[in-house]
Design a protein around this ligand. Structure first.
Ligand SMILES: Cc1cc2nc3c(=O)[nH]c(=O)nc-3n(C[C@H](O)[C@H](O)[C@H](O)COP(=O)(O)O)c2cc1C
Length: 210
């Protein structure tokens, strides 16, 4: 089993990475494979609502979003990390997630369906819970079980060295990793035991104009 951890920070080895690394190390101890996917520093456009993805199955812009979507189908779980920028998720990871999740929705591929997910946020000081709420909304729209920890998944720091001193934050990351590993093993055991996936319903979309 494999968990894909997305670093939504422009800093490849920054504070968000330090938090994700702690989750990844714990997952590895639990026998779960991990990969940290960097969204990088190149510009990531927002969604232009062209809906091309509904026809082609990938985003009209060829960048890290499509590279992520190409490997996301093979992952069993996800952790999305973001630095706090102005009390919200960073602009690049917001655009990245809008396009990744919209492509999945429009294409009907359902690569996130019933796969566990967690958000991890990093701030110098404030805006963590607002950012955490923002990221969790992608999961709860996509039928992804949200894995939690003993607190809200945040670390504090302006540098990775600061984050390493945030002992509570790092413990939250380790507990998150163990909880995700446990959930993945339970899901696998359930499937092996023949527990069927939930019955699906056709989507009803009411747009509040009729
Ligand atoms: C544009 C920008 C906006 C920021 N806004 C906030 C903020 O609202 N609250 C906060 O505590 N830190 C804020 N920070 C600091 C970062 O959230 C913090 O240093 C974070 O841990 C950096 O993570 P990273 O190294 O993974 O990028 C901001 C940083 C930048 C670059």
């Amino acid at each position: 089993m494999k968990v894909l951890l997305v670093n939504g920070s422009p800093h490849e080895k920054g504070c968000t990475f330090t938090a994700l690394e702690e989750v990844a190390k714990t997952l590895n101890v639990e026998g779960i494979e991990t990969e940290i996917f960097q969204i990088g520093t190149k510009p990531i456009s927002g969604c232009i609502a062209c809906k091309t993805c509904g026809k082609t199955g990938h985003c009209v812009f060829s960048d890290r979003v499509n590279e992520f979507l190409a490997i996301a189908g093979d992952a069993d779980g996800f952790v999305f990390g973001s630095p706090v920028h102005y009390a919200s998720a960073g602009g690049a990871i917001t655009s990245f997630l809008d396009r990744a999740f919209y492509t999945d929705l429009q294409s009907g591929k359902q690569i996130f369906y019933l796969k566990p997910a967690a958000a991890v946020v990093s701030a110098r000081r404030a805006g963590t819970t607002a950012t955490f709420d923002q990221l969790n909304k992608y999961f709860t729209l996509s039928e992804m079980p949200v894995v939690s920890s003993r607190y809200w998944n945040m670390v504090h720091g302006h540098t990775p060295e600061d984050v390493k001193k945030d002992l509570e934050g790092l413990q939250i990351m380790r507990i998150l990793g163990r909880n995700m590993a446990w959930f993945l093993k339970c899901k696998e055991a359930g499937i092996k035991a023949g527990v069927p996936f939930p019955e699906r319903e056709e989507r009803i979309a009411t747009n509040f104009i009729r």
